[in-house]
Design a protein around this ligand. Structure first.
Ligand SMILES: [Zn+2]
Length: 343
């Protein structure tokens, strides 16, 4: 039903590289020459699936209709065309082939006061408006630098921010203190199915003698369609240390993935699998935690990029590449699925 944590870990590394392909003349296949704007290198997708091929170049297609896409490596945009494959008809991508990005809607909530019952009695932690601004900026920075880039511009996040001034009461369970969706929903009646793709809550773990430990940094609820509110739900439990700006800066430099990691749990454990996509297999119960299985290393940013762009090499298995991919990201989002208007 729920959760998972974001943790540090050490690991082995190595990275998948892209193969360049030649165009053999095989029965039923036609060679198609593909060019890109300015000759920029890009990852080729055919009918939503990454091919392992870099273009520009000549590629063999089965005769018929295809949606072809190129995720440009440096400019980080996705271009797409629908074609009818025929020999000697070149396909020239231009920047006009960039599809309109899909809008994803976030509700970001900073908690001014978080209250709980500890061994020494009830206490609260607090964030100031400046602290919450710093947390919010960390989040929107990640949307731009991670979510949208790893989607090659196929998603565009619109964020509504509504901080909560009244105390929010924590729940204590086996993993420590948590801000449960029901505690937030009770204060935010606008959270309804179909309104948001994901709700992100930012709250303070420690202040002076008041401490709400938990065996996690971020948490995500991994099956939005099974929740009453049918939305993704993420919390980040933040210890600002002596200087929140300095602490956030350290995360940005050394371990910047908390927001994208938790959001990926909301769509990468059940949501896209239910649409029939091939995502990485689960490790310890979670696809997002399978980075090491596929030979990625801390701080996992390449993993998140390949997971989102559908380019995780399946270590010789079939299909050859796993993950979400630009075509799926252009399809229905969580809030659209929640209304049952699409498949
Ligand atoms: Zn996790």
């Amino acid at each position: 039903m729920k959760f998972i944590c974001y943790t540090l870990a050490v690991v082995v590394s190595f990275l998948s590289a892209c193969k360049k392909d030649s165009a053999p003349s095989l029965p039923g296949l036609v060679p198609v020459t593909i060019s890109t704007p300015g000759g920029e290198a890009g990852y080729l997708y055919i009918d939503g699936k990454y091919t392992g091929i870099l273009v520009p170049g000549t590629v063999s297609f089965s005769v018929g209709h295809h949606t072809i896409g190129v995720a440009l490596k440096n400019t980080e945009i996705y271009l797409r065309k629908t074609i009818t494959a025929a020999a000697s008809t070149p396909v020239a991508f231009t920047t006009a082939d960039k599809p309109a990005p899909k809008t994803w809607k976030a509700l970001w909530i900073g908690l001014y006061e978080t209250r709980g019952n500890t061994e020494t009695g009830d206490c609260s932690t607090h964030f100031s408006t400046a602290d919450l601004d710093a947390g919010y900026n960390f989040f929107t920075w990640s949307l731009k630098e991670h979510f949208e880039k790893y989607a090659y511009g196929t998603m565009k996040w619109e964020v509504e921010r509504r901080d909560i001034t009244v105390p929010v009461t924590l729940t204590k369970g086996s993993i420590g203190y948590t801000v449960e969706p029901a505690a937030i929903a009770a204060l935010m009646p606008q959270i309804q199915p179909g309104v948001y793709d994901c709700v992100f809550v930012f709250w303070r773990e420690k202040e002076g003698a008041c401490s709400f430990p938990g065996n996690y940094f971020g948490l995500a609820w991994t099956n939005p369609m099974a929740e009453a509110l049918k939305t993704g739900y993420v919390t980040v439990k933040f210890d600002p240390g002596a200087d929140i700006a300095a602490t956030i800066n350290q995360y940005k430099i050394n371990d910047p993935g908390v927001w994208v990691h938790e959001w990926l749990h909301t769509v990468g454990e059940n949501f896209y699998q239910a649409k029939g996509l091939n995502l990485p297999e689960k490790a310890g119960g979670f696809s997002v935690h399978a980075a090491e299985v596929y030979h990625y290393s801390f701080p996992w940013m390449d993993w998140y990029r390949d997971f989102i762009s559908g380019r995780v090499s399946n270590t010789g298995g079939s299909p050859a590449y796993l993950g979400i991919g630009p075509e799926a990201l252009l399809g229905c989002t969580v809030r659209e699925m929640a209304l049952g208007n699409c498949r």
